[in-house]
Design a protein. Structure first.
Lengths: 290, 337, 269
């Protein structure tokens, strides 16, 4: 009897061949389920939740306050007005905020490898990346997005942009591609932690450091640094390159104009590369177990 | 391409209906370990955590998998669940290669890590079960039936609405076991399921596992440090040490090989010469405290009565033989034979 | 004397413990260097626009950046170190055991924090400073006296930092999940220590306020000492300012601690 039941159950499972599409669907579904559990968990501590929402908003706002303080003493920074800096700042923060909300806790991967809790994710019928991305999903991170969008709104009011339909279209595309570029950095950083479990800080310097860098005009930085974030870790495509096209300002490097429309392509390539890195990292974990 | 033919073959009825629900053929796991040999210098060394292990487990068996820390138990379980990829050999669970089709296998196995809960710390217990319901896509009727059964047998009714952080260790373990069973796994792996539990909780967990195996026909493979788990649950035991399978057979056979002894620790009123008593021998004396070894099969009561009659007794306790002791005796037997 | 040896041992233990996190230290140094680069360039642009801003010349401003990155971990501007552990012990109730130890709770954690700080001053401080010195022209003093005066200011800054973080961690007795309070404390620390922008660049009343708050003892005070802005009487006034906050906040910490202790006793652990 028991044997028959087991056979019957087995048959029921046979109907799920693992295809590429179902993996993505499975991943998104698992992500949604886990994220919802985290939202409910945070609600167990309501007072603290309210404080962290405020904290997240205020914390990111302080970055902008620092810029305001600078402009209380000067009229231009690197040849840019306050409105133009706010434009860069808003785009960078909104894109980064989206990524931070969606998968801001993947930098805890090293911790999970160390304490062995990654194993409990590996025995679930869902892609590990989706489970890791949804880990500690926190609505308080809406604070950063809100703040970024507010600054962007301010910039749109004060900066005199000669709008064309193309430029209007570029705005949402920039935020979404920018978020995808940041996401690839997050995932690649997590993949690196399979190898170096204590190195979450390295990831932070590319993610948090990246968004900080992009909040300032590219003219401020040394040419080599700008080349690095344009050609090596292409963070410049989050906002600098396309945003300067919208602002009609020259990019410090000599690049053709069509480069401004590359962000979606750069995002796709980056995501593909970081996907490969993730798979390599997971494979190495599963062959070494450490 | 290779996978395709493999899968075809493994799904053949002979393989699945046969005795070998779990099958390992010369499975190996080799780790590269880096050892510091000086400043900025390190040496790579290969460690065989699992060294060519072969065994088969039939559907519906309940098997104890024991060995000292670092013997390769967890590594084996991790390969069986698809967490780790074997370095060599062939491994099949229900006809599936775990490391290649991990997520598909996940629907058919249940795993309980004794020292790591998979329950949601800040949420009521029932919420963790609802997540399992949806993540494993368990049909509603099946879920309701399985949950009811687990709640009844594991006595969880009053705990369902309690946040997991407020549960005792024993309650949490029962909760974890239920969580691993809601999707009707054909095999349940338990890694140290009774570690740290009090006597009553241990008894409840064992009773449940016995029932699960007998009534549901679920195959159970458990690792443990507690020989009592094995004695009460498993007819078959596998002993692993240094990555090698040292013994695979009935529990009684293990006793024959490593006939074990229990220890009676006696506190006397004052320092006295070693106690002389029938069927036990003093192995250690420290001030007024003495350690006596006696055969594991023998009851402690008459021995205690005899000592109490002849010596000024203050306190006493009985220590069960541990796995390490049994294994070290196994080695000794092998060396002499 | 016995207790003194105990605390020395605790500090040495903490030093060694942090010294074992090699990868984490290297990763932290990397981050400090990246942020140092970003900030240094923005400050150069700022001082290009307004030479002499806040009384610093450009190389002093850049030195300030690298000093901030070098001290970030040592004076724990963003928290880190013992707080998570202490909060965890409060959450789980293990703190009840600590209260029956023969050592003073506050002194115990202070000793551990001093050990941590000493390691991070070396492990996380030296390399970013050296990197900054290679890439930019830094205004570092040549005389040992200024360096010594700077070290004293760092130690006082650490005491203030510890006192603040200890208070924040103790709040976990009342808010069972301390994350929110901790986060606000980190923000206040980042902003009012002068980590984002030197406090002498803050305009008007905000500047007056920021320079009077305890966080200015963490980075602004040691930086001003090292940059040669505080000598003679001004140096002693800076020390007095830092010491006053340290003593005051440590005393408040003790009061909160005894209130918390009573609470544990009432709860029965």
């Amino acid at each position: 009897m028991a044997d028959l039941q087991a056979q019957e159950r087995h048959d029921a499972h046979r109907g799920f061949p693992p295809t590429g599409r179902s993996r993505v669907v499975d991943g998104l579904r698992a992500y949604r389920l886990i994220a919802w559990m985290w939202i409910r968990s945070t609600m167990a501590y309501r007072a603290s939740f309210a404080m962290t929402v405020f904290g997240n908003f205020a914390g990111t706002a302080l970055d902008f306050v620092a810029i305001l303080l600078m402009f209380s003493r000067v009229d231009e920074l690197g040849g840019y007005s306050l409105g133009e800096v706010a434009f860069l700042y808003g785009l960078s923060s909104a894109a980064f905020g989206l990524t931070d909300l969606a998968l801001g806790s993947v930098d805890r991967l090293g911790q999970r490898v160390r304490d062995g809790t990654l194993d409990t994710l590996l025995v679930r019928p869902a892609p590990v990346l989706a489970q890791v991305a949804a880990d500690r999903f926190a609505l308080r991170r809406l604070g950063r997005i809100t703040q970024g969008l507010l600054v962007l709104g301010y910039a749109l009011v004060v900066v005199d942009i000669s709008w064309t339909p193309l430029k209007v279209l570029m705005m949402p595309v920039m935020v979404v591609s920018g978020a995808a570029i940041f996401a690839s950095v997050f995932v690649a950083g997590a993949a690196f932690q399979f190898v170096a479990q204590d190195a979450s800080q390295v990831q932070n310097s590319f993610t948090y450091g990246g968004t900080t860098l992009l909040q300032y005009p590219p003219t401020v930085f040394a040419k080599d640094l700008v080349r690095g974030v344009t050609f090596v870790v292409p963070l410049a495509f989050v906002n600098w390159v396309p945003a300067l096209y919208v602002l009609d300002l020259p990019y410090p490097l000599d690049l053709p104009e069509w480069v401004a429309f590359l962000p979606p392509l750069v995002a796709v390539v980056c995501c593909a590369l970081s996907g490969v890195a993730w798979r390599a990292g997971l494979r190495s974990y599963r062959s070494t177990g450490s | 391409m290779d996978t395709q033919t493999d899968t075809q073959k493994d799904f053949g009825p002979a393989d699945d209906h046969g005795d070998d629900f779990i099958r390992l053929d010369g499975v190996e796991k080799v780790f590269d370990v880096r050892k510091k040999t000086g400043f900025m210098r390190s040496e790579r060394r290969q460690v065989r955590a699992v060294d060519s292990i072969s065994f088969a487990v039939a559907r519906g068996e309940m098997v104890g998998y024991i060995g000292p820390n670092g013997a390769g138990k967890s590594t084996t379980i991790k390969m069986l669940t698809g967490i780790l990829t074997p370095s060599g050999g062939r491994l099949r669970v229900a006809g599936i290669d775990p490391s290649r089709e991990r997520t598909r296998l996940a629907h058919r196995i249940g795993v309980v890590f004794g020292q790591r809960t998979t329950l949601w710390w800040d949420l009521p217990l029932i919420d963790s079960y609802r997540l399992m319901h949806r993540m494993y896509r368990i049909p509603d009727a099946r879920y309701a039936e399985n949950l009811d059964r687990c709640v009844e047998l594991l006595e969880l009714a009053e705990l369902l609405d309690v946040p997991v952080r407020q549960l005792s260790l024993g309650q949490r373990m029962r909760g974890d076991i239920a969580a691993a069973l809601l999707h009707d796994p054909e095999v349940l792996y338990l890694d140290e399921p009774t570690i740290g539990l009090d006597v009553i909780s241990k008894a409840k967990v064992r009773e449940f596992l016995r029932h699960l195996n007998a009534e549901q026909g679920t195959t159970v493979l458990l690792t443990t440090h507690d020989l009592t788990d094995i004695e009460q649950l498993c007819r078959r035991v596998m002993v692993i040490d240094h990555g090698r399978l040292m013994y695979d057979g009935p529990l009684t056979g293990l006793h024959e090989i490593g006939e074990s002894e229990r220890t009676l620790v006696v506190d006397l009123e004052r320092e006295l010469p070693p106690i002389e008593v029938e069927s036990a021998r003093v192995v250690k004396v420290e001030g007024p405290r003495q350690w006596l070894a006696f055969p594991a099969a023998q009851s402690a009561a008459p021995l205690v009565a005899r000592i109490a009659a002849a010596y000024p007794l203050v306190d006493l306790s009985v220590r069960e033989p541990d796995i390490e002791a049994v294994i070290s005796r196994m080695y000794a037997e092998k060396a002499t034979s | 004397m016995g207790t003194w040896r105990l605390y020395t041992a605790v500090a040495a233990g903490a030093f060694r413990r942090y010294a074992t996190y090699r990868v984490a230290t290297a990763a932290g140094v990397f981050t400090n260097t990246v942020f140092g680069l970003i900030l240094a360039y923005t400050y150069i642009a700022l001082w290009d626009e307004r030479p002499g801003l806040g009384g610093y010349d450009q190389s002093q401003a850049v030195t300030y950046v690298w000093l901030g990155q070098g001290l970030l971990a040592a004076v724990a501007v963003m928290g880190g170190g013992f707080e998570d552990e202490l909060i965890e012990r409060i959450r789980t109730g293990d703190i009840a055991i600590d209260l029956y130890r023969p050592a003073d709770l506050q002194m115990w954690w202070l000793a551990a924090d001093v050990g941590r700080s000493a390691f991070q001053l070396l492990g996380r401080g030296v390399v970013p400073m050296a990197f900054g010195g290679l890439v930019f022209h830094l205004a570092l003093p040549a005389d040992a006296g200024t360096w010594l005066a700077f070290l004293v200011a760092v130690v006082l800054g650490l005491l203030v930092s510890f006192a603040i973080r200890y208070l924040v961690a103790l709040l976990a007795f009342w808010f069972m999940d301390g994350a929110g309070v901790q986060q606000l404390a980190v923000l206040a620390g980042l902003f009012f220590s002068g980590m984002t922008l030197p406090l002498n660049v803050f305009p008007g009343a905000l500047g007056e306020l920021a320079r009077a708050l305890p966080w200015s003892a963490l980075l602004q005070a040691p930086a001003d000492v090292l940059l040669g802005e505080r000598t003679g009487f001004a140096l002693w006034r800076t020390y007095a300012f830092q010491a006053a906050w340290a003593v005051g906040l440590l005393a408040v910490g003790r009061m909160v601690q005894s209130a918390a202790t009573r609470r544990v006793v009432v709860q029965g652990g």
